[in-house]
Design a binder for this molecule. Sequence first.
Ligand SMILES: Cc1cc2nc3c(=O)[nH]c(=O)nc-3n(C[C@H](O)[C@H](O)[C@H](O)COP(=O)(O)OP(=O)(O)OC[C@H]3O[C@@H](n4cnc5c(N)ncnc54)[C@H](O)[C@@H]3O)c2cc1C
Length: 408
Amino acid sequence: MKQIAIIGAGPAGIMAALQAVKSTAEVHLFESNPKIGKKLLVTGSGRCNITNMQAKLDAYDTDEPDVLASVLAGLSPQAFRALLAEMGIFTTATDDGWVYPFSFAAGNVVDLLLAQLHRVGVKIHYAARVQAIRFTNGQFILTHDKHDAPHIFDLVCVASGGKAMPDLGSDGKLFAQLAVLGHQILAVQPALAPILFADKTLRSLDGVRLDVEASIWQSSTCLGMDVGNVIFTQWGMNGPAVMNLSHLLPEPVEPSMHLQINFLAGYEEQARAYFAAQQDSQASISVLLGGFLNQKITAALCKKSGIPIDEPLSRVETTRQKKLLSLLTAYRVQPTGTRGFKYAQLSSGGVPLGEVQKGSLESKLQPGLFLAGEVLNVVGPCGGFNLHWAFASGYATGQAMAAHVFRE
Ligand SMILES: Cc1cc2nc3c(=O)[nH]c(=O)nc-3n(C[C@H](O)[C@H](O)[C@H](O)COP(=O)(O)OP(=O)(O)OC[C@H]3O[C@@H](n4cnc5c(N)ncnc54)[C@H](O)[C@@H]3O)c2cc1C
């Protein structure tokens, strides 16, 4: 009987195991934690934002879009939800396409996935950290912590994740093994992470939460832009709109880069027209801006523009008004980096998608070796896109491994 090893019982490895076991092979799932899906448990603040109805190619960043497209075509969000329903995991979508289990409980999702793994006969090895993967005489030899599990396999899938939140299990140590097997490892960096900067004006906004347009620039080139919720803190900014851009910041951040914030995103034209019509007003700018923005923001930006908060608009000359408008629509700060892996929801980099086959995600460098999930260089935004990638890539590799067994 053919032996398949899957390394990592996160969403990618679990799905790979559930598909691979449809062949005649014996499927072994190795997990370094004493339980499966430890990271899955904390997703969506414990509510598990499991996919997104817009999980399409243009939502992601990667080095090889064709390979990504082949995986997304193999398991659309609709097909994934149907597959989940077959396992008793029923889902619901918000108006903007974020999909959650009906229970809004990640723990229930993990329990149901575990029940399914047991039902189909996947052999799970808990607290079984794989340390080394070697290929000799047409077979893979794994070195791991578990004495009662086999060491020799015909096919191996590495689904050990990246480096984000290492306390949950994925610490990136297997990248070195993949390098030994011939793979290039792109710099692994925090993604979906809060962004750090030191800016006295913005520090006074500590605790303010609102929707803004955020963008990362290198000199005059915009590298990425996002509109959504952010939270200002003492050390910088958190929230989806900046987290979605954090992978664009190299370590260390280049001096020519800046983060730009438009506080009036979505209603800039309306605000401009309103102020143009209010030029004779005896009310202060801060009162008038109160129709659009939180008081802390107007106070901080008026001060930076040299406008006392009680000065009537009619007395504020054009130069200071222009300065205020430019701060409101294009506030620039110099990021010093991200808050690091400890606070990142994802890591970018890892094995390039260009080094795996379209459709199957089998290594182009080591036949019989498959890769799935965050170990590969794919970054999606917040909203269920990364779990979709993890499950869809697990689905692709699992099916490909099953087909491999049937072929032989
Ligand atoms: C706080 C937080 C919230 C998130 N929320 C969302 C969300 O709501 N929606 C969304 O789409 N994405 C979310 N994500 C991202 C999502 O969790 C990841 O994209 C996804 O878990 C990646 O799946 P994976 O299977 O590739 O890796 P992982 O989930 O990291 O699983 C890898 C597994 O491999 C195991 N492992 C590692 N090394 C070894 C080894 N040597 N031997 C054996 N086992 C090993 C690890 O213990 C781990 O269980 C969130 C992430 C975090 C941290």
